[in-house]
Design a protein. Structure first.
Length: 249
């Protein structure tokens, strides 16, 4: 990636209503493995084996061992420049929404507050009987699978598995942002998981200009106004410099 197009800088400076969609790639430089990449999580496990309600019903211990391992992997990791750039962006615009597919919580750790988690959060557990949700950052979990201290039922990760509906409020807020924004940034997603992968197209068909940041082209690249080939952390540092946006961190 050589330089930042001037009309992109203009768009970032003058934007009034901005939305950002992120995927596992935005956390890659923090050390979180992506799903489908060379070292991807799915290389060793099949999504159908682990990230489905059927897998959990069949073998809750196996599914929990995978999540407990991912929690222990993520716990010491810090946000990178891409997370910090997106957190800084939210302060610049009257209307802004970060739509993340990630469950690692690194956007919040970087200071993002105006966000929706489409696929839930690995640091929250949900009672399979009562539906109650609680924060739980213990690493490792003292008991696998963890049980509800109120009713004794199984607790599950408060994440969205394949075949499960997305949280309606998050989905509605993301849809509204995609329809209303004038600038839509897509950072670090392979664009294969729906309905999240539909948002760039929705934004583009409503009036927004779309920027994609990814070392590889994706199915989203064809609907973008700008495609910056590169790692999210490196490209976002260049964008921050071009915008005189201090990233700190
Ligand atoms: C639903 C949470 C309906 C759990 C996840 C056929 C066609 C279309 C859709 C479907 C279909 N068959 C089934 C479906 C629906 C299905 C789906 O989309 N399947 C796909 C695989 C075909 N979707 C669902 O099931 C969704 N639910 O549709 O419900 C419904 C309605 C009513 C009632 C009942 C049901 C639920 C989907 C959510 C699944 N949960 N995760 C967990 O994490 O354990 S999905 C998982 O994939 C993560 O959330 C992840 O975020 C998401 C997307 O992956 P990416 O984030 O893009 O990550 P990936 O590794 O793929 O790519 C990384 C990218 O980063 C790459 O492009 C790489 O180049 C780039 N990169 C690498 N390094 C860097 C980088 N970029 C920048 N910088 C770097 N340094």
């Amino acid at each position: 990636m050589r330089e930042i197009p001037r009309d992109l800088i203009k768009g970032l400076r003058e934007g009034q209503n901005v939305a950002v969609l992120t995927g596992a790639g935005v956390s890659a430089e923090s050390g979180v493995p992506t799903f489908r990449g060379q070292e991807g999580l799915w290389k060793r496990y099949s999504p159908q084996e682990l990230a489905t309600p059927q897998a959990f019903a069949q073998d809750p211990k196996l599914v929990w061992e995978w999540y407990d391992w991912r929690r222990s992997l993520i716990a010491p990791l810090e946000p990178n420049a891409a997370h910090r750039f997106i957190a800084a962006l939210e302060k610049r615009y009257p209307h802004f929404l970060l739509i993340t597919q990630n469950i690692d919580g690194l956007h919040q750790k970087a200071g993002s507050t105006r966000l929706v988690e489409l696929h839930g959060n690995i640091w929250k557990l949900r009672c399979t009987e009562e539906g109650t949700v609680r924060d739980d950052k213990r690493v490792p979990l003292p008991q696998i699978p963890p049980l509800c201290d109120n009713c004794g039922a199984l607790l599950r990760p408060h994440v969205v598995w394949f075949g499960e509906p997305l949280p309606p409020d998050a989905l509605n807020r993301a849809m509204e942002a995609a329809e209303d924004c004038d600038l839509f940034l897509v950072v670090g997603t392979s664009g294969v998981v729906y309905p999240a992968a539909a948002f760039p197209q929705i934004a583009q068909s409503h009036k927004a200009k779309v920027l994609e940041i990814n070392p590889e082209e994706t199915p989203i690249t064809s609907v973008t106004t700008w495609y910056l080939k590169g790692k999210a952390g490196e490209v976002c540092q260049m964008l921050a410099r071009a915008l005189d946006l201090p990233l700190g961190g």
